[in-house]
Design a protein around this ligand. Structure first.
Ligand code: GTP
Ligand code: MG
Length: 406
C-alpha cells in the first residue's frame, strides 16, 4: 500500500506544465499536497484495521500452498482457465521428478565401487546391485531424463505416461524414492529379497536425503493416467500439489489480513534434508538461522510471530523411521517409543526448541509481541481453515489489547 502511494506522488509531480505561471503551479501543488495528505490519513486509518502478515520460509516449505489455500478458502478460488494453466506445471513436475529419480539411481550405481554398471536385470537380480536400473528401462530413462532437463516440456501423452510408469515401477527407482522419502511405507516398495530390506535400511541413513525429490513425487506418479488425458483439467488437489518455485514477493489480501510471501520462515519436516540452494546445509538448520535472524531485526521488534510447523503429515511419518537427533540442533532428543506417542513427543520437542529460540532472541521487555506455534499441513484445507481462524482470533485479541480493552 505504501509503495503504491509513493508511485502516485511521482506521477503527480509530472502534471505541472512548464507554460503555467508560477502562482498557478503553486496553487495546483497545494491542492495536490492536500490530496496526498488526505490519502495518507485515509490509508493510515484503514491500515489500523489491517494486519500485515509476512509469510517467510525456506524454499519448498509450503508458503505458496498456504497462499493457494487462502485463495480457495477466502477468495473465489481458481477458475477453469487458471486450473487449465496448471496442466503444464504438473506435467513439468512429472518430468522433473522422474529425471531426479532416474539420474539419482544412476549416480548411486556409479558411485558404488562394488557395482558393474547397468547390468541387465534378470529374474534373479543380484541383491547387491539392487539399486541399478533395469537395462531394459535404461532407454526409457535416458529419454525421459533428457526431456526432464529441457525448459520446454512436451505434453504428457498416454504413451509417455506409460513409459514413466514402467520406470517408476523399476525396483531401483522404487527403492530410490523410498530412500529419499523415507516416510514412505514399505508396502509401496518392490523388495525382492530380505537382504535388500536390510541394505535399504543401512543405505537410507547414509544416502537418503541427498537428492531433491519433491514431496509430491508419489502423488504425481500415482496420477499419471489422469494427467495424460487429452481433456485433462487439473483439480483443486492437483493445483495444491503442483510445484513452482516462487521468485520475488507475492501479496494477497483477505478479510482484514494482508499476507505477503517472501521466499525465504515456515519450518517444515526437513530435519534430515539438505537445502536445494546449498546442498551442504541441513534445511532445519537453515530455518533455525533464518528465524533467529528475523527475530533480531529491529523492523520486526514489535511484530508478533505465528510459526507454522508445516508438512506435519510428512513429519509424523518420517519420525517413525528417522530419529530426530540426526539433526544437530536436536542432538539431545531422546525418543520415548513409537507410534502416536513418539510423534507427539518429537513434535513437542521441536516446538520447545523454537520457543527457546524465540525467547533467547527477544528482549525481556517485549511483552507486547505475541508468539504462537501452529502445526500445519498446507494440503489439508480444513486444517488451514482452522489455523487461520486461530490466527484471526489472536490478531483480534491483540487489537483489543492495543486498544486497552483487555
Ligand atoms: N505433503 C505435504 N506437501 C506439502 C505441504 N505443504 C506444501 N507441500 C508441497 O510441497 C511443495 C512445495 O510447496 P510450495 O508451497 O511450492 O513451497 P514454497 O515455500 O512456496 O517454496 P518456494 O517458492 O521455493 O520458496 C509443493 O509440491 C506442495 O504441494 C504439506 O503440508 N504436506
Ligand atoms: Mg512458493
Amino acid at each position: 500500500m505504501r509503495s503504491m502511494l509513493s508511485l502516485s506522488i511521482v506521477s503527480m509531480g509530472s502534471f505541472c506544465s512548464r507554460q503555467q505561471p508560477l502562482n498557478e503551479v503553486d496553487a495546483e501543488e497545494n491542492i495536490q499536497a492536500a490530496e496526498i495528505d488526505r490519502r495518507i490519513a485515509q490509508e493510515t486509518k484503514a491500515e489500523q484495521h489491517i494486519h500485515k502478515l509476512l509469510l517467510l520460509g525456506a524454499g519448498e516449505s509450503g508458503k505458496s500452498t498456504i497462499f493457494k489455500q487462502i485463495r480457495l478458502l477466502f477468495q473465489t478460488g481458481f477458475d477453469e482457465v487458471e486450473l487449465k494453466s496448471y496442466a503444464s506445471v504438473i506435467h513439468a513436475n512429472v518430468y522433473q521428478t522422474i529425471k531426479i529419480l532416474y539420474d539419482g539411481a544412476k549416480e548411486l550405481a556409479q558411485n558404488d565401487p562394488s557395482s558393474s554398471k547397468y547390468v541387465v536385470c534378470t529374474e534373479n537380480k543380484d541383491v547387491d546391485r539392487w539399486y541399478e536400473v533395469d537395462a531394459l528401462h535404461m532407454d526409457i530413462g535416458e529419454k525421459l531424463s533428457e526431456i526432464g532437463s529441457k525448459m520446454d516440456y512436451p505434453y504428457l501423452t498416454k504413451e509417455i505416461a506409460k513409459e514413466i510408469t514402467t520406470l517408476w515401477n523399476d525396483p531401483a527407482i522404487q527403492v530410490h524414492i523410498s530412500m529419499f522419502n523415507r516416510c514412505r511405507t514399505f508396502s509401496c516398495l518392490v523388495v525382492p529379497h530380505k537382504l535388500m530390506v536390510e541394505k535399504y535400511l543401512q543405505e537410507t541413513y547414509s544416502h537418503g536425503n541427498k537428492l531433491q525429490v519433491p514431496d509430491c513425487a508419489q502423488y504425481f506418479m500415482e496420477n499419471l493416467e489422469r494427467f495424460s488425458e487429452v481433456t485433462y483439467v487439473p483439480t483443486k488437489e492437483d493445483v495444491l500439489h503442483a510445484r513452482v518455485r516462487t521468485t520475488g514477493v507475492v501479496e494477497i489480501q483477505f478479510r482484514f489480513i494482508v499476507l505477503t510471501c517472501i521466499s525465504k520462515i515456515v519450518y517444515c519436516c526437513r530435519y534430515d534434508q539438505l537445502l536445494f540452494e546449498d546442498e551442504t546445509k541441513n534445511r532445519m538448520m537453515e530455518t533455525k538461522e533464518l528465524f533467529e535472524w528475523v527475530l533480531k531485526q529491529s523492523c520486526f521488534e514489535k511484530s508478533s510471530f505465528m510459526l507454522f510447523l508445516n508438512k506435519f503429515d510428512i513429519f509424523e511419518k518420517k519420525i517413525q523411521k528417522v530419529p530426530l537427533n540426526v539433526c544437530e540442533w536436536f542432538k539431545d532428543y531422546q525418543p520415548v517409543g513409537s507410534g502416536r506417542q513418539e510423534v507427539e513427543h518429537a513434535y513437542e520437542f521441536v516446538k520447545k526448541k523454537y520457543e527457546e529460540l524465540y525467547f533467547q532472541n527477544s528482549k525481556p521487555d517485549r511483552v507486547d509481541r505475541a508468539f504462537k506455534i501452529y502445526r500445519t499441513t498446507a494440503l489439508d484445507q480444513k486444517l488451514i481453515k482452522k489455523t487461520f481462524k486461530l490466527v484471526d482470533e489472536t490478531l483480534r485479541r491483540r487489537n483489543l489489547i492495543e486498544a486497552g480493552l483487555l
